[in-house]
Write a protein of this length. Structure first.
Length: 411
């Protein structure tokens, strides 16, 4: 089996995901995706006719994000029509999954050059109403009985309650995320991967991270009201089903303490990212130098009712596949969907806090669902180079109780 080399990675800044407030919110999703695809092609002078596949992640495939966004974004970017494309949905884990599938296709020997990435316009969610939430069982009573799936914020509060993780610890981690993101931005840690987004008239739409709140304080976080208590008791149907009752179907004795709020949950943003992967044979023949290789990939499922607990078993699985231990990993990127996800990961695996999300995470920078995983792979690659380190592990929770994971090794 051959290796899968990562040649380059780029991404847009993340814009506030609200129409009328976010700088990217008026863009078409295809144009945001084409921004990174065009940048990747130009930065590396690739022959787009030889791209075997473009594997794209988009979770809410409705409205402007429907119709195989990966293919349409590539056409909008001016790629040769012979470069095919597909779009997949593993909820929040989509952006890691695209990298993993691209790597697997190359490692199998079936393909030589693939692009992986993703786009999510969260500002468009209100325009894509189709009668149901993308994060639920959508009223299938059999599925609801077997695997009740609540709102993800309610799940975060339920996990914090089960794990006896206090709000103060979650707020502390949120503050660290803001501080690290601010330091990373000021220190230029994202500059290599960041590409400017332009409007159709050629003017700049966004050239910097729009979501971070560096003025955040511990006292300010402590003053915020919990976000998911009212949502937990919202009636979903005529039978009076609520998210709290869905949790109780599996955890009847659990009295949820609500500890998550806007400050210690991931930000709603728009964004896109892309990575270029090649086989060693193709790269050598065309003069490309690798930045890293994919060492191992894994997928893991866990409780759909708690939804957010799969990153720890996913990390264990990918470490075993790579023949590595937790102590071999130099840097971790674990998506901060909610503070409890990363805090539990740190506690369960006894992670050195100086090795995880060292440039901040989604609580500070935002979480464009289908793109985040690809962003994180690029982020850990840049940081491995900056710190002159070797191994990076990336994982994240996904709706349905899943987590993809990948370990990359710097070359």
């Amino acid at each position: 089996m051959t290796e899968a080399w990562i040649i380059d990675a780029c991404r847009t800044p993340r814009g506030i995901g609200k129409i009328g407030k976010g700088s990217l919110a008026e863009m078409h999703a295809q144009r945001l995706g084409s921004t990174v695809l065009k940048a990747l092609a130009e930065r590396n002078d690739i022959n787009t006719a030889e791209v075997d596949d473009i594997i794209w992640g988009t979770s809410a495939q409705r409205g402007d994000q429907s119709g195989d966004l990966g293919r349409m974004a590539a056409l909008d970017a001016g790629y040769d029509v012979r470069s095919s494309g597909m779009t997949l949905d593993r909820f929040c884990g989509s952006g890691i999954t695209t990298v993993n599938i691209a790597a697997a296709n190359i490692m199998s020997g079936f393909e030589d050059m693939c692009i992986a990435g993703g786009t999510e316009m969260m500002s468009h969610y209100g325009l894509m109403k189709d009668g149901g939430s993308p994060m639920m069982d959508r009223g299938n009573k059999h599925l609801r009985h077997e695997h009740p799936q609540p709102h993800q914020g309610v799940c975060a509060d339920a996990i914090a309650t089960l794990e006896n993780i206090p709000r103060e610890a979650l707020d502390d981690l949120a503050l660290v995320s803001q501080q690290r993101a601010d330091a990373a931005i000021k220190g230029g840690h994202f500059d290599r991967s960041l590409v400017t987004v332009y409007k159709d008239d050629g003017s700049v739409a966004l050239d910097h991270e729009e979501f971070p709140r560096p003025q955040t304080t511990k006292e300010g976080l402590a003053a915020l009201n919990p976000s998911f208590e009212a949502i937990a008791d919202f009636e979903l149907d005529e039978e009076g089903t609520t998210f709290r009752k869905l949790v109780a179907m599996k955890y009847p004795d659990l009295k949820i303490t609500h500890v998550h709020h806007a400050g210690n949950s991931s930000g709603v943003v728009d964004g896109a990212a892309a990575l270029l992967l090649m086989s060693p044979e193709y790269a050598k023949a065309h003069g490309y130098k690798p930045r890293a290789k994919v060492r191992a990939i894994a997928n893991m499922g866990d409780s759909p009712t708690l939804m957010l607990n799969a990153p720890v078993p996913a990390a264990k699985k990918v470490l075993e596949k790579a023949g590595l231990t937790i102590n071999d990993i130099d840097l971790f990127e674990v998506n901060e969907a909610f503070s409890v996800v990363t805090e539990k990961f740190i506690r369960d695996l006894d992670i050195d806090r100086e090795k995880i999300n060292v440039n901040g995470g989604a609580m500070a920078l935002g979480h464009p669902i289908g793109a985040t995983g690809s962003i994180l792979v690029g982020t850990v690659l840049d940081e491995l180079e900056r710190q002159d380190k070797q191994f990076g592990l990336v994982t994240m929770c996904a709706a349905g109780g899943m987590a993809p994971a990948v370990i990359i090794e710097r070359i």
